[in-house]
Design a protein around this ligand. Structure first.
Ligand code: NAG
Ligand code: NAG
Length: 419
C-alpha cells in the first residue's frame, strides 16, 4: 500500500538491477533519470496510479530485459527505440496514444509485447526483422487500422497473436497462415475488426492452432474444409461474418474442439456430424439452415449450450435431443418448428419462442407440491370453517327465535287468564 511518488533518491543506487514496486498506490511520473540505472534488468511498475509519459531514457538501459508498466495512467507516445534491448514489454491498460514506433518489430531481442487497451492508432509497422524472436504479440483494443502485414509470416516464433477490437481491414494474408514448419501459432484473435475476403485455405498449415477467433468481421465465402486439418483446435469462433455455403463435413474430425460458434452468418445446407467433444457451446444461430433438426447433435453428451435460433428449422424437435445430458441452455426460438416439444429436464433452460406451431405441454402438477392444489386445499378449509360457523349461527338464531316466540305465547295466555 505504498503511496506518493517514486523517490528520486532511488536513482542514487547505481547498481540496482531489479526494481519491483508493482501493485501499490504510487502516483506521479517515472523520474527521467531512470535511464542512468544502467545495471537495471527488471523494471516492474504495474498496477499503480502512475502517470505522465514513458521516459525515452529507458531505451538506453542496455541490460533491461523486462519492463512492465501496465495498468497505470501513462499518456503520450511510446518512445522510439524502447524495444532495442527489451525482451518482455507490457504497457497494456494505459492511455498511450500516437502511432506504434516504426522499429517495434525490427529488433531481434523482443519476445513478448503487450500494448493492448490503449489509444494507439495508425498501422502496424512493416519493418520486421527476420531474426525476430517475437513469440507473443497483443495489440487488441486500440484504434489501429490498415491491413495485417503479410510480413508477419517471417515472425517464425510467433505463437500468440491478438489484434482484436481494432479497425484492421483488408483480407487475412495467406502468408500469415502459411508459416514455415518452425512456427507454432497457437492463438489467433482477430475478432472485432473489418477484415474482409475469404478465410485462406492455407489455414491448414497452422497445425498447432488451438484458438481461432475471427468473429465480428466481414469475412465472405465458405468455411474452408481444410480447417479440419487443425487437429489441435479447441475454440473456433467465426460468428457475425458473411460466410456462406454449408459446414464442411469433416468438421466432425476436430476431436479436441470444445466450442464452435458460427452464429450470424449465411450458412445453409445440412448439418454434418459434429465434433464429438463439444462442450462449451454449439452456436448455429441466425443462419439460413432449414429442414428438420438433425439427430447429429444428440451424441454430444458434454455439450452445455445449443443455439439453433433464428433459422428456418421445421418439423418436430427430435426426442434425440433429450440425449444431450449436460445441456443447460437450449435455444430454438424463431424457427418453424411444430409438433409437441419433448419434456426436457428442469436443469435445461429452453427457449422456443417464435415457433407458432409448436405445442408445449406443461408438466401435470403433482398433488402434494403444486401451489395450485395448496391454494385449493386452503380455500376448501376456509369454506368448511365458514359453513360450520354459519350453521352454528343459524342454529343459535333459530333457538332464540323459538325461545322468544313460545315465551310471548305463554305470556299472552297468562295475561289472558289474568284479565
Ligand atoms: C471471441 O471474440 C468474441 C468477441 O470479442 C468474444 O465474445 C469471445 O469470448 C471470443 N472467444 C474466444 C474463444 O476467444
Ligand atoms: C449465438 O450467436 C448469435 C449470433 O452471433 C448471438 O446473437 C447469440 O447470442 C449466440 N448465442 C449464445 C447462447 O451465446
Amino acid at each position: 500500500m505504498f503511496h506518493g511518488k517514486i523517490p528520486e533518491e532511488l536513482l542514487a543506487y547505481k547498481n540496482l538491477n531489479i526494481i519491483d514496486i508493482s501493485v501499490n498506490n504510487l502516483a506521479g511520473s517515472i523520474p527521467e533519470g531512470i535511464g542512468n540505472l544502467s545495471m537495471l534488468q527488471l523494471l516492474l511498475l504495474s498496477s499503480n496510479r502512475l502517470s505522465g509519459e514513458i521516459p525515452k531514457s529507458i531505451s538506453n538501459i542496455s541490460n533491461l530485459r523486462r519492463f512492465e508498466a501496465n495498468q497505470n495512467n501513462f499518456v503520450g507516445e511510446v518512445p522510439v527505440g524502447i524495444t532495442t534491448y527489451i525482451e518482455i514489454l507490457d504497457l497494456s491498460h494505459n492511455d498511450l496514444s500516437g502511432v506504434i514506433p516504426s522499429d517495434l518489430l525490427s529488433q531481434s531481442s523482443l519476445q513478448y509485447v503487450d500494448w493492448s487497451n490503449n489509444l494507439l492508432r495508425g498501422t502496424i509497422p512493416e519493418r520486421i526483422s527476420s531474426s525476430s524472436s517475437l513469440a507473443r504479440m497483443r495489440l487488441g483494443s486500440n484504434s489501429l487500422s490498415g491491413s495485417i502485414p503479410a510480413k508477419f509470416a517471417t515472425l517464425q516464433y510467433l505463437f500468440y497473436l491478438e489484434l482484436e477490437n481494432n479497425n484492421f481491414s483488408g483480407s487475412i494474408p495467406p502468408e500469415l497462415v502459411e508459416l514455415g514448419n518452425l512456427t507454432k501459432p497457437q492463438v489467433m484473435k482477430l475478432q472485432q475488426n473489418k477484415l474482409g475476403g475469404q478465410i485462406p485455405t492455407e489455414i491448414r498449415q497452422l497445425q498447432s492452432l488451438g484458438i481461432l477467433n475471427i468473429s465480428w468481421n466481414n469475412l465472405t465465402g465458405p468455411i474452408p474444409s481444410s480447417i479440419s486439418n487443425l487437429k489441435k483446435l479447441t475454440n473456433v469462433n467465426l460468428q457475425s461474418n458473411n460466410l456462406v455455403g454449408s459446414m464442411p463435413v469433416t468438421l466432425g474430425d476436430l476431436n479436441l474442439l470444445l466450442e464452435l460458434n458460427l452464429g450470424g452468418n449465411k450458412l445453409s445446407g445440412s448439418i454434418p456430424r459434429m465434433p464429438p467433444n463439444l462442450q462449451i457451446a454449439l452456436n448455429l444461430s441466425s443462419n439460413l439452415f432449414q429442414g428438420p433438426i438433425p439427430d447429429t447433435p444428440s451424441q454430444l453428451t458434454s455439450l452445455e449450450v445449443l443455439d439453433l435460433s433464428n433459422n428456418r428449422f421445421s418439423g418436430e424437435v427430435p426426442d434425440s435431443l433429450l440425449g444431450l445430458v449436460s445441456l443447460t441452455q437450449l435455444i430454438l426460438s424463431n424457427n418453424q418448428l411444430s409438433g409437441v416439444l419433448p419434456q426436457f429436464s428442469k436443469h435445461v433452460v429452453v427457449n422456443v419462442s417464435g415457433n407458432p406451431h409448436l405445442i408445449i405441454i406443461n408438466e401435470a402438477p403433482s398433488p402434494k407440491t403444486s401451489p395450485e392444489s395448496e391454494k385449493m386445499k386452503a380455500s376448501v378449509t376456509l369454506w368448511t370453517v365458514v359453513g360450520v360457523e354459519a350453521f352454528i349461527c343459524c342454529f343459535i338464531f333459530l333457538c332464540l327465535f323459538f325461545h322468544f316466540l313460545f315465551r310471548d305465547k305463554s305470556r299472552g295466555t297468562r295475561e289472558e287468564a289474568i284479565s
